[in-house]
Design a protein around this ligand. Structure first.
Ligand code: KG4
Ligand code: ZN
Length: 344
């Protein structure tokens, strides 16, 4: 019944350094506005205090733009979904407080969303030519803050079966890029230069970690020592070999990810495999995942580029699914910096 009438939900995302708002109608995205915070590039990483201040400045215009682009009036909204966590506390509080105030002003329900569930459930946004994964499926969730293999039993039942014991894969990309003198966030730049390089040019040691878990801090240190040694011998080593270095780093990271993903498939017998999170924008990861279809008979699910890095469309789809489920926020709940993917 409820599925037939238009349900408009506003999604608000402010967990890290992007302020974003989106409007979704019955699973279809009508708008998805993202304001990136340029300020952090200067510091080589996200500065939490500056991030909250930028959210504060961006949130009203971003939400107004999302409502305008969706071609609706704010009075048409049925509910407001916001990122409750995990993320930077100061940043989360801006989105949370704004969502609470707007829901009071419009007298509509609030829906709390787990950011990590948002990355995963972005696969359920209605899109042409985009297949939705059937349950259960595995999702490799890779971002600046997380690296997890998650078994998705249904929309809200998620089980982490492997995760990083130190740095996230996005951090591995960003920290390696920093060592090479590239600006933050370095992941997309490594991806860009790697396309022109030889991935076998340099060899980096892969970590040995138990079961389905990951580790990236040793790789980062290995890269740092390698670069220090090489630039001592030749001060222009980085400039002369940037493409090859990036290709070799990326190749090593992708191998680490896929070694574990293959083990996860073996262990669970599940061959429906999705990727999610900012790092899933990486072209090599997409290519290698696609190749597993022919190679191993996996069915793969690759999100549209704009739903990979932090965005509010992914918060809005979780909001819609929770709306259908009647999961509204009934008691005052605040933002929380730490939240497991299995928690609502
Ligand atoms: O999901 P996301 O936007 O934010 C977090 O929740 O962390 O992920 C951001 C991360 C950054 O580390 C960024 O460098 C990385 O995603 N990233 C990439 C690419 N695009 C974004 N890493 C590798 N290749 C890319 N093309
Ligand atoms: Zn994220």
């Amino acid at each position: 019944m409820i599925k037939n009438k238009p349900i408009y939900i506003l999604g608000i995302e402010s967990s890290c350094d992007d302020t974003s708002a989106a409007v979704i109608c019955n699973g279809k995205i009508l708008s998805n506005v993202v304001a990136n915070q340029e300020i952090h590039a200067k510091y080589g990483g996200v500065v939490p205090e500056l991030a909250s201040r930028a959210h504060q400045q961006n949130i009203v215009p971003v939400i107004q733009q999302a409502i305008q682009q969706a071609n609706i009036d704010k009075k048409d909204l049925n509910a407001i979904a916001f990122t409750r966590g995990p993320g930077l506390m100061g940043s989360l509080l801006v989105g949370t407080s704004f969502a609470k105030s707007l829901s009071l002003a419009l007298n509509i329900p609030l829906i709390a969303v787990n950011h990590m569930q948002g990355h995963v459930l972005a696969h359920f946004i209605e899109e042409e030519n985009q297949q939705k994964p059937p349950f259960p499926f595995l999702c490799l969730t890779i971002s600046g803050g997380h690296t997890q293999i998650v078994k998705i039993n249904n929309y809200f039942e998620m089980e982490v079966i492997g995760e990083t014991i130190d740095d996230a894969v996005g951090e591995a990309f960003d920290k390696s890029a920093k060592i090479l003198g590239l600006p933050y966030p370095g992941g997309p730049l490594i991806d860009k230069y790697a396309k022109l390089g030889n991935s076998k040019a340099f060899k980096f040691t892969k970590p040995k970690v138990d079961e389905l878990n990951f580790s990236f801090s040793g790789l980062k240190t290995g890269i740092l020592y390698f670069i220090q040694k090489k630039t001592k011998e030749n001060p222009t080593f980085i400039d002369e070999n940037l493409n090859d270095i990036c290709a070799s780093i990326q190749h090593t990271i992708v191998e680490i990810l896929f070694d574990k993903l293959k083990n996860a498939v073996k262990q669970t017998g599940i061959k429906h495999i999705a990727i999610a999170g900012g790092v899933s924008a990486n072209s090599e990861i997409r290519k290698v995942l696609k190749a597993t279809e022919n190679k191993f008979g996996w069915t793969t699910y690759i999100p549209k580029f704009e739903y990979t890095t932090d965005n509010a469309a992914m918060i809005a789809i979780v909001g819609y699914l929770k709306y259908l489920d009647g999961s509204f926020l009934e008691e005052p709940t605040s933002a929380t910096a730490r939240l497991k993917v299995s928690e609502a």
